[in-house]
Design a protein around this ligand. Structure first.
Ligand SMILES: [Zn+2]
Length: 357
């Protein structure tokens, strides 16, 4: 009988010694062709002697909707350079339990489908597909050009419902994630600067961050040219939590006797924290009514708009004047949470100003 598999490109160097279809599984037994060259997987040289052979069970691409199981006789060669070594095969990795073809097929679909679907499509185990997907992503990351950031964004986010934190560093220009690490302390982010290296650290001009963190000290230590800037979004979010919300609760308590009014204030959280531009007409009307009726809420609301304005680009001198005015008004407002917030923001004003230049 002529050997049908001789010219098939599937399993180079091997031929089929038996093929069996049972239920939904195709079982193929492969044996090395005696005439095929034997190449050492260590040094890549041809070898003449076989040290030993063993059988390995290997998954291949499904065929006509059936799973394909290969049973392959693999040779360990006696290499004069490396000693006993597995032979090198074009279609199978050294310790692989699936063929390169199947791995490539799975990786191709991982880019387009959820892992569970790829498992179904290939018949592979979830853990195997996840590993393939990870290797594919790593390859993609490795292929990206080496980042040369000049402006960074550092942010922290909560893990496990806020019990632990992680820090992410982005290139502000490309929005590419450069680094992620667990923790939010100075020590936790140090490996990022070590990874970036002295030369690239020296090119960093600005770093945006949340004013709550200790990142600024670490940035100054590694990046001598960098200005630390504070992100408007974080400051406004903090203002919402620590000033507006605090005053809302205080006012609701103060007006306990006036039940309807107290209730209106208590329920106005969303109305007060939302951006005014995003409110519908009736929301805007209700907000205006609420602010007109309550002096403290009106003050903190107006002061929020003025705080936002500090992020508008104006020259250094007008900005300094605007900041001093804001700070003074906050201190004289008689509203304790506002005064406290302004005092806490004061040491950071250079970081806000740095945005303007
Ligand atoms: Zn060798």
């Amino acid at each position: 009988m002529t050997d049908l598999t001789h010219d098939l490109p599937f399993w180079e160097g091997f031929s089929i010694s038996s093929l069996d279809v049972q239920d939904d599984i195709v079982r193929i037994r492969l044996e090395p062709r005696p005439d095929a060259a034997m190449v050492c997987s260590g040094c890549g040289h041809n070898c003449a002697y076989v040290h030993e052979t063993s059988w390995r069970q290997i998954r291949d691409m499904p065929l006509f909707g059936r799973a394909v199981w290969l049973k392959v006789r693999l040779r360990r060669l006696r290499c004069p350079e490396c000693g006993p070594r597995t032979e090198r095969l074009s279609w199978l990795g050294r310790h692989a339990r699936i063929t390169n073809r199947l791995a490539e097929f799975a990786a191709h679909w991982c880019a387009r489908l959820p892992i569970a679907h790829v498992c179904e499509l290939t018949g592979l185990h979830w853990e195997t597909v996840r590993r393939i997907d990870r290797a594919r992503l790593q390859e993609k990351v490795d292929a990206l050009p080496i980042p040369e950031p000049t402006r960074l964004v550092m942010d922290e986010f909560a893990l496990y419902k806020g019990h632990r934190y992680a820090t992410v560093v982005l290139d502000a220009a490309t929005r590419r994630v450069l680094w992620i690490g667990e923790g939010r302390s100075r020590e936790a982010i140090r490996p990022f600067f070590e990874w970036l290296g002295k030369e690239r650290c020296g090119k960093i001009e600005a770093v945006a961050m949340d004013m709550n963190t200790a990142f600024d000290l670490e940035v100054q230590q590694h990046c001598p040219k960098a200005r630390v800037v504070y992100d408007l979004f974080h400051v406004i979010a903090k203002y919402g939590r620590e000033v507006i919300d605090r005053v809302r609760v205080d006012e609701a308590n103060r007006l306990r006797q006036d039940r309807p009014q107290s209730k209106v204030i208590k329920q106005a959280r969303w109305l007060l924290l939302r951006n005014q531009e995003n409110l519908q007409a009736d929301g805007k009307a209700r907000l205006q009514e609420l602010l007109n009726a309550n002096q403290a809420l009106m003050t903190v609301y107006v002061m929020k708009a003025a705080l936002k304005d500090l992020w508008e680009p104006v020259g250094g001198k007008p900005w300094r004047h605007a900041w001093r005015t804001w700070h003074a008004q906050a201190r004289e407002s008689g509203i304790e949470p506002l005064r406290r917030f302004a005092d806490r923001l004061a040491p950071y004003w250079r970081g806000i100003l740095a945005r303007m230049r």
